[in-house]
Design a protein around this ligand. Structure first.
Ligand code: AMP
Length: 574
């Protein structure tokens, strides 16, 4: 049965109407939002140092309060973490900060602390509802379940006793938010013990097993980031026969040792040879696992997760698994707060845009092409131009540079629709050259085609600048799905080098001011180790983004990569 009860339909239409209303006069909504944030928090220690003296208009705000980065506010955040919930109000927000979120911080290698409070739960609710209302218009889901590759991070407490974990983990722990999830999604097919299991290998195994047990009921497959979905099905390719054996026997493999997971799964498992046979047949009938998703989950309506930015490299593999099932790219947010919603769920993930919700924060944009660096407001951005996002949130961030670059793709009523371009600080740069995450992605895609001709895929990649020898050079690390011949690796390496088209790079390469690009091939499973390391630092698998460039400060990651190189090759393209 489709989700068509009268009440649900009316509720979803009301959400769409609210969105239409909010985006009619965006300038006004932004002014009111800023006013609300400053009225609430103007007397805090952080804001009172800037001499706003009760004024809440955008001009005064911009004139008085500086644009900052995480490093600038770190001392305040540390104090909040040390003070704990009872003693932290009035440092950056009037109301207390209730938890600390850990951002993925994959570039610098260290997760960062960010303030979390109930307002972020409310914002998330609005974003989820809006995005679901638009999505459900295009792809109505029926009653059933969702196969969600979600994992909670390890939680710990700060010195002052604040809970610290990923923003997603705080959300899953919120009673209000759980209610939203019930209203906007189908229940996750896995029990809470699997989500909160702690060991993600065990959780992933059981997510897949639950998905198979409920295979006819699964309406959608999702995860925060596309990487987790691809990772899950790559794992499925390796372990499917174990899953089938568990279903046949009606008991969980002894490899899963967690007691709470075992007892939760025992309630779901019973010997089912027919189901085991059906899955076995399906798996054998697939060619190179193409169409795995519809074959196993015949009622799935779409696959949902963030597929933009550093997730784009996984779209191809996801399409392969999904075949004709639509891929819908999810919304744009960060541990710092939400920015925009995908209100065009039918657009292909490569073209996904995010309509900014003007009441969830105050947004400014620093144009990348102008020397002044002067931030402009949400209604002043221009179509086609690129900007760095600056956000002011209800959770104590004021004129905070997110570190993301976006392009304005158009306007939805009065609010800009942003396309995510890349992380601002992830660039390969030695001299005159400047390559962004996106430039690196384009080069890898070009070179991966060479490998594909030899039937080998690039599973994942990262890069660094090697400056210990003169001249410095770019190093690209690849994990491949199989062994490639030396000739193919050489060809890929040359193609990578040639595909960096930035004039600064090309000219410096020609005069050998930048050394020959080096391609290092990694052992299978290296990026799994990278993820294990990230998770070990308190990150959640569902938040993991492979760092596309490894900075010098990220010594541990460099060590992992260095220890797993199986082949290396220097470009002869110049
Ligand atoms: P985290 O703080 O670990 O949750 O990471 C937030 C960062 O993830 C953002 O600043 C973006 O760089 C990236 N991100 C979040 N949502 C999207 C999206 N829809 N598309 C591309 N990148 C995203």
């Amino acid at each position: 049965m489709l989700l068509e009860t009268m009440q649900e339909r009316v509720e979803l239409e009301a959400v769409v109407e609210e969105f239409e209303w909010l985006t009619k006069d965006v300038g006004r909504v932004q002014r009111e939002t800023l006013q609300k944030i400053l009225e609430q928090n103007g007397a805090t220690e952080y804001l009172s140092q800037w001499g706003l003296n009760g004024r809440t208009d955008p001009d005064t705000y911009k004139a008085c309060v500086p644009v900052v980065t995480h490093a600038d506010i770190e001392p305040f955040i540390r104090r909040i973490a040390d003070a704990g919930i009872l003693h932290n109000s009035s440092i950056i927000t009037a109301k207390p900060i209730t938890a600390m979120s850990l951002s993925s911080g994959t570039t610098e290698g260290k997760p960062k602390y960010l303030p979390f409070n109930e307002d972020l739960v409310e914002n998330t609710t609005q974003v989820y509802k809006t995005s679901f209302a638009f999505r459900n218009r295009e792809y109505p889901i029926g009653n059933g379940k969702a196969l969600q590759f979600i994992y909670s991070s390890k939680q710990f407490t700060t010195k002052g006793g604040l809970r610290a974990g990923t923003a997603t983990t705080h959300l899953f722990n919120s009673v209000d938010f759980k209610q939203t999830l019930r209203a906007t999604q189908r229940p996750c097919c896995s029990p809470d013990e699997v989500i909160f299991g702690g060991n993600y290998h065990h959780s992933l195994y059981c997510h897949l097993l639950c998905g198979l047990i409920f295979r006819h009921q699964i309406q959608l497959i999702s995860s925060t980031f596309a990487h987790s979905i691809v990772h899950a099905f790559r794992t499925f390719e390796q372990i499917w026969h174990h899953l089938v054996a568990d279903i046949r026997r009606g008991s969980l493999s002894s490899r899963i040792t967690s007691a709470p997971i075992r007892s939760a799964m025992a309630k779901l498992l019973m010997p089912d040879p027919d189901l085991a046979d059906a899955i076995h047949q399906k798996c054998l009938s697939l060619s190179n696992w193409y169409g795995l998703i519809p074959a196993l989950f015949p009622n799935v309506k779409y696959v949902y997760g963030i597929m933009t930015g550093s997730m784009e490299p996984y779209i191809k593999k996801l399409r392969h698994y999904a075949a004709e099932i639509p891929l819908v790219s999810a919304d744009y947010g960060a541990s710092e707060g939400w920015i925009g919603v995908n209100v065009n769920p039918k657009s292909p993930p490569e073209e996904a845009t995010f309509a900014v919700l003007p009441n969830i924060g105050y947004f400014e944009f620093i144009p990348l092409d102008s020397g002044s660096g002067e931030a402009v407001g949400l209604t002043e951005v221009e179509i086609g131009k690129e900007y760095e996002v600056v956000t002011t949130s209800f959770a104590g961030l004021y004129r905070y540079k997110l570190g993301d670059v976006v392009r304005v793709a158009g306007f939805r009523k009065g609010t800009p629709e942003l396309r995510f371009v890349c992380r601002r600080n992830v660039v390969l740069s030695i001299n005159l050259d400047k390559n962004t995450e996106r430039d690196l992605q384009a080069s890898v895609e070009a070179a991966a085609k060479v490998a594909a001709a030899d039937k080998v895929e690039v599973v994942d990649y990262t890069s660094c600048v090697e400056a210990s020898t003169e001249p410095a050079r770019y190093v690209v690390f690849w994990e491949m799905s199989g062994g490639a011949s030396d000739e193919v690796v050489e060809e890929c390496c040359n193609c990578l080098d040639r595909s960096f088209e930035d004039p600064g790079y090309v000219s410096m390469r020609r005069i050998h001011g930048i050394g020959a690009l080096e391609l290092r091939i990694l052992k299978r499973g290296t990026f799994q180790k990278v993820m294990d390391h990230f998770v070990g630092m308190g990150g959640a698998v569902s938040q993991f983004k492979t760092p596309r460039c490894v900075g010098p400060a990220n010594g541990k990651l460099m060590q992992i990569l260095a220890a797993n190189v199986v082949k290396t090759c220097f470009s002869t393209a110049y």
